[in-house]
Design a protein around this ligand. Structure first.
Ligand SMILES: Cc1cc2nc3c(=O)[nH]c(=O)nc-3n(C[C@H](O)[C@H](O)[C@H](O)COP(=O)(O)O)c2cc1C
Length: 315
């Protein structure tokens, strides 16, 4: 079940997605998190953040909308209170997800974490749709993406992952910018900008009006984006995210070009979903006589004559 993400060896390709798994410790009460491929922490900012006002979660058909607003304990408390648990883990790699309001903030965060043993990788959240400053503003502009990834690259030797936003016209442009600026891997996707409405009261369901849609509802969009990026950048490892609930969902992402996957919203429905996905993936590989999850990557059977990257085809 081992896979490689850049220079990082993961014991299996199943990771847990930022913001849906706390800092690992919370879920360790429910199962042995040592079995995961990697834990991606909640986004960390330099200063603690209280997050957005409630209501900030709403369940939709096949998914949920959230506008948490990157509530987190801040870097210092993370290092003092959350890292001791993560440091003790034997199995999973520890990926710290970073969120900044400026390039300088991302650089400072990366520098500080460079001194911290047992941080195996950094995932740059350049795709949060729920903040006024920072986050998505970087991830929708190829120049800003390249500048940010390049500046963080200069201060870290850790595996550097850029987490992309689906709220763009052409994901391949942003993916290429991040890869050329030095990202070792790309994770995609973050949530899709969305609104839920209370038709009786004529009110939005979320206090900030808009939020990010996640869960099975976004899986087809995420699969399409992983597939598009893999076609133009076949060498860079991709981490597929979006509505993964079962091992079969993970296989779909791998066939489209993902080397690994992150499980997000599923953790709220079934905290043991990542474990079940690991076991299910093993079973699928063994049924097919495959010895490694790598055998699935990019193996979607598409027509030979398909050239370029189809954009909007419908109707
Ligand atoms: C409640 C909630 C909080 C999230 N917080 C973060 C976050 O802090 N940083 C981040 O990069 N992504 C965050 N995400 C996005 C997820 O990591 C993931 O990219 C997205 O939900 C799509 O995957 P899913 O459909 O499996 O949930 C959050 C998602 C949810 C549902």
């Amino acid at each position: 079940m081992e896979i490689k993400l850049g220079k990082l060896h993961l014991q299996n390709p199943v990771m847990v997605a930022s913001g849906t798994f706390g800092y690992g410790e919370e879920y360790h009460r429910l199962f042995d998190v040592n079995r995961l491929g990697a834990i991606v922490t909640k986004s960390i900012s330099l200063k603690p953040r209280p997050g957005n006002p409630a209501p900030r979660i709403y369940e939709t058909a096949s998914g949920m909308i959230n506008s948490i607003g990157l509530q987190n304990v801040g870097l210092e408390a993370f290092l003092k209170k959350k890292m001791p648990f993560l440091r003790k883990l034997k199995g999973p790699k520890v990926i710290v997800n970073l969120a900044g309001e400026s390039v300088a903030e991302y650089v400072t965060l990366a520098r500080r974490l460079e001194e911290c043993e047992r941080v195996d990788g950094l995932e740059l959240n350049i795709s949060c749709p729920n903040c006024e400053r920072g986050g998505i503003q970087f991830g929708v502009d190829p120049k800003l993406t390249a500048d940010l990834v390049g500046r963080v690259r200069r201060v870290t030797r850790r595996t550097l992952i850029a987490k992309l936003s689906p709220n763009v016209t052409d994901i391949t442009v942003i993916a290429r910018a991040a890869a050329e600026a030095g990202a070792d891997a790309l994770s995609l996707i973050n949530t899709l900008l969305a609104i839920a409405v209370d038709a009786k009261r004529w009110l939005p369901r979320i206090a900030t009006v808009t939020g990010g849609l996640s869960g099975p509802a976004i899986k087809p969009v995420a699969l399409r984006m992983v597939w598009q990026v893999h076609r133009v950048l076949p060498k860079i490892p991709l981490i597929g995210i979006g509505g993964i609930m079962t091992a079969e969902d993970a296989v779909e992402f791998m066939l489209c070009g993902a080397t690994a996957v992150e499980v997000g919203t599923a953790n709220y429905v079934n905290p043991k979903a990542p474990l079940e996905i690991i076991e299910g993936l093993k079973a699928i590989l063994s049924t097919r006589g495959l010895t490694s999850p790598r055998s699935l990557v990019g193996k979607l059977k598409t027509p030979q004559k398909l050239k370029g990257v189809p954009q909007m085809v419908s109707g």
